[in-house]
Design a protein around this ligand. Sequence first.
Ligand SMILES: [Zn+2]
Length: 263
Amino acid sequence: MSIHHSTAKIYDNLTVYSPNDIAMFRANRDKIEFYLSNKLAEWRDHCSIRLLFQPKGLGHSKSQKQFFMQERENRCSVCGSSELLSRHHIIPACYRKWFTDKKNLNYHDIVPLCLDCHLQYEKHCAYKLKRRLAHKFKAPINGLPMNGEHYLDCVTGRHMVCNARSLVRHRQKMPADRIKVLEDKLTDFLGHQPNQQELEVLAESRKYNGRHLMLTHGKKVISHIQDQQQQFSRIWRKHFMRSMRPEYLPDHWDINFPIYYCD
Ligand SMILES: [Zn+2]
């Protein structure tokens, strides 16, 4: 796998305040910019913003609030280096993206690692746990081909994208009977005769490209664990702790930290 490091900081440590001026949590610049550009907040001073709406309670316990309010350090969680830092997802993104609840507390499980520590964990440790999960849930790391109806839908869809593309690009040079064949196929597929605009949209569609023909390893594993996502997260957190023995994790970091807001 490739790991992106950056010379930019992992944490900007800007603070978000409620309208009644209570410090709520720390955030990175991109999140701050999201609030500002959507007119949901205003600058309070150069390192904090104030929300312009009353947020729902975040439902954190005291130690969770302390976790979210602390200033986080831009250094490797394992060795303490501040060089060549990258974001490490303790619960790999290939699983986390299939977790059910959107309000998840991903921030807890993204920690800085230097490139050396990151490569060491991904190449020599994480891979072993992934292989064990692949075996347990019959979920090959490279994914499984889809079968049945979904597969057929995708194959047909891909043909229809090609047909639409041919019409959009080459209609002028096509014999009339060929145009009719393609238009009839598209009409059957869509359930109505497409206009030029629909053809152009379909011609550029990526909805039926290759990756949709695969059931990914992550999706299959999560489909098996369903409501055991908290325990599943614990397995990855424990695995990271045992394999790397990180000495510089943030205060209040906890293998039992909830994965969702509990409001
Ligand atoms: Zn390191």
